[in-house]
Design a binder for this molecule. Structure first.
Ligand code: HEC
Ligand code: HEC
Ligand code: HEC
Ligand code: HEC
Length: 182
């Protein structure tokens, strides 16, 4: 004998309705998750880079010093990102035929700077200079987090409280605040 509920048209419809609702809810939740995942990189992971450069491998595992690749950090307003020549300094010899290293050669041969995507942001009107901070022996990690433990940098959007909080804690100038704004 068949279960009477399964031939009852109304029962069928209401069971379908649940299935549809559940599907819609799942799709919405997934879309919502993906949206936040990509729209708010600082929550998880930064933007995809043109070459999947890994700080974990280079600065962590291989223990290459930060300032080897970011040498101007203590000297200039713009610490800068390494030019492709610096990568090739090693990669002319190390895994020279790797797919991504070939892409580096392409950048090099066409004199195109690698289009790295920026991942740390300040509000537009704030001027920041590394120099004073590095001279005070502040570790990179105090502001950038554990860079050497990340493959793709998560980055961050710094807020004003980030500067002020530490300045209070360390007794650094807060009156300077006017000078920090252009
Ligand atoms: C001081 C030497 C050195 C410099 C400079 C260097 N690398 Fe590397 N890189 C290495 C070593 C060592 C490996 C590991 C190779 C292996 O897997 O055997 C590596 C691996 C890689 C890989 C492969 C990772 C993988 O998943 O297989 C990529 C891509 C890469 N480097 C990109 C870069 C880029 C881009 C730069 C410049 C910003 C750079 N490297 C600068 C030493 C260096
Ligand atoms: C082998 C070269 C290399 C070494 C060593 C290295 N970096 Fe980098 N760094 C890069 C490259 C290439 C980028 C741009 C791609 C990216 O964001 O991953 C970058 C990006 C960054 C950025 C993000 C800049 C932005 O776009 O806002 C920070 C911050 C940074 N590095 C800090 C560090 C610190 C701290 C260390 C040491 C723990 C370090 N780096 C070691 C090559 C290097
Ligand atoms: C006191 C906090 C602080 C410390 C310490 C610090 N940084 Fe930064 N760093 C920042 C801020 C804020 C920015 C964003 C600046 C901007 O967007 O103008 C930044 C940006 C960068 C960038 C991206 C620059 C660019 O041209 O886009 C690199 C690379 C970098 N830092 C590397 C380092 C390294 C390497 C160290 C350690 C030697 C370090 N930083 C220490 C706060 C800090
Ligand atoms: C992790 C701690 C820390 C953070 C975060 C930090 N600072 Fe500082 N800052 C210091 C210290 C310590 C000094 C004092 C350096 C000295 O005495 O030479 C300083 C000095 C300065 C000075 C020079 C002040 C003067 O006396 O002329 C300026 C400007 C400045 N910071 C701007 C900023 C801005 C803008 C930010 C946020 C983007 C920021 N700082 C984030 C620790 C920090």
């Amino acid at each position: 004998m068949q279960d009477p509920a399964s031939i009852d048209p109304e029962g069928g419809i209401s069971r379908n309705r649940w299935a549809i609702l559940l599907t819609v809810a799942t799709v919405l939740l997934t879309a919502g998750f993906l949206f936040f995942f990509y729209a708010y990189p600082h929550l998880k992971m930064g933007p995809e880079q043109p070459i999947p450069f890994s700080h974990r491998l280079h600065a962590g595992h291989k223990n290459i010093q930060c300032q080897f690749c970011h040498p101007y950090v203590g000297r200039s307003k713009h610490p800068g990102l390494p030019a492709v020549e610096k990568c090739l300094y090693c990669h002319n010899y190390i895994i020279a035929n790797h797919l991504w290293i070939k892409k580096e050669h392409e950048y090099f041969n066409t004199r195109t700077p690698t289009p790295w995507k920026k991942v740390y942001y300040l509000p537009e009107h704030v001027l920041f200079n590394h120099q004073r901070h590095i001279l005070k022996d502040l570790a990179c990690q105090e502001c950038h987090g554990k860079v050497e433990a990340q493959d793709r940098l998560a980055g961050e959007r710094f807020k004003m409280g980030f500067c002020i909080g530490c300045h209070r804690e360390r007794g650094a100038n807060i009156g300077c605040w006017l000078a920090c704004h252009s």
